[in-house]
Write a protein that binds this ligand. Sequence first.
Ligand code: ACO
Length: 385
Amino acid sequence: MTHSEAPAAIHAAIIGWGKCLPPAVITNGDLATFLETDDAWIVSRTGMQERRISHVPLGDLIHVAAARALACAGVEAAALDLIVVGSTLGDEICPNVSSGTQKRLGATKAAVMDVNTACTSFLYGLSTATALIRTGVVRTALVVGAEAPSPYMDWDNRNVAVLFGDGCGAVVLQASPREEGLLAERLGCYGDARSILDIRGVGARYANQGIPGGYTSWNFDGQEIFRKAVVGMAQASQEALAKRGLTIGDVDLVVPHQANRRIIDAVGKRVGVDPSRVFVNVHRYGNMSAATVPVALVEALEEGRVKPGATLLLPAFGGGLTWCAHVVRWGRRVTPLGTSDVELAPCDRTGLEIVNDLRARRSIYHRAAAPFIEAAHQLLGEPAS
Ligand code: ACO
C-alpha cells in the first residue's frame, strides 16, 4: 500500500442466524377465557392469531438462539469478541443480560453490552456491533434480540395483554472485505412522545415513588403509537435507502418489526412496496418486541425468501418512541453450516396454564404491595403513580 491509498473498508457480514421460540402457545381463544375480548376483534385489529409464552427465564431462550446462530455460522463461542443483547425487560439489570450470555456460551473473550431501545433494541444493537467491526475494535460479534414480557405483563388489561409474546433471535457478524451486512441505517426517536408507551413499575423512578419493583402497569395510547410508528418507520426507510442512492424498487424483501399487521401494511403502502415483498409472521407470535425482527429474518431464510446477494430493508419502532430502518445486503450463503444441540428444558404446562400461574402470582403480589404503596403515598404526601 502506498501512502495515498486508503485502507480497504471493513464490512460486517451476517454469517449466522438462529431463533428460539418457547413451545407453549397462547391462542386468542385462550385470552378470551379471562379477558373481555374475542378472536374476531384481535385478528381484525392486529392480525395476531397466537403467541408463545415462555416456561423458562429469558436467558435460556437467548442461550438456545445464540448457540444456533453460532452453529449456523460455524463459529466457536470462544471466537466471539463482542456480545450485544438487545432487550427491554431482561432477566436482570445488574449484572446485565449479556454477561450471563457470555457465561452460558463460554465466550470468555467477548466484551458484553445490553442495549435497550425497546422494540428496536436488536437493530440498534446491529448498528453498534457493525460500527465496532468497521472500526476494527472487534472482529466477530453476536447480536441478540430477546424479549419475554410475560412475567411483567398487565394480564388483565386487554389493551395490551393480547399484543405480546415471548421469543428470541440472534445473528453472528464477522469482519469481511466484501460489502455485506449493514449498508446504511437511519436511527431516530420521538422523545416528546415517550409517555404514550409507558411500562410503569420497573426502574428507580418508581422506587422513589414508593412503588415496589415489578408492580407493573402498562399504559399505551395505541392509536397514537400506531400513527407515529407508521410515519417513523416509513420516513426512516426512505432516508436509509437514500443514503445509498437506493429506492424501494431495489429492495428484495422488507422484514419489518411485527407489532401489528395493520401497521406493517400501512408502512408498506407509504413506502410503495408490494405486499408480496414484505415478510409477515405476526399472526404466529404477536409482538415479541426486540425479538421480532431477528426471528422474522430467520424465518424468511428458512422459507427461502432471502436469496444470495439480496437487499433487505428492516424498519422498526419501539418505546421512546424510537424508530429506525436498516438496509442490509445479504451474503452468498442462505443455509446454515451446522446445527446446535442446545435445547430448552421440556415444558409440561399449556400456555394458558403458564399465563394463569403468572396472573395468580401477580394478583398475590399486587395485593401484598398495595398497603406498602399506600403507606409510601401518605409518607411522601404525593400520589403514587
Ligand atoms: N378486545 C376487544 N376490545 C378491545 C381490546 C381487545 N383486546 N383492546 C381494546 N379494545 C377496545 C378498547 O377498549 C376500545 O373500546 P372503546 O372504544 O369502547 O373505548 C376499542 O377497542 C379501541 O378500538 P380501536 O380504537 O378501533 O382500536 P384500534 O383499531 O386502534 O386497535 C390497537 C387497537 C390494536 C392497540 C392499535 O391501536 C395498535 O396496534 N396500536 C399500536 C400497537 C401498540 O401499541 N403496540 C405495542 C407497541 S410496543 C412496540 O411494538 C413498540
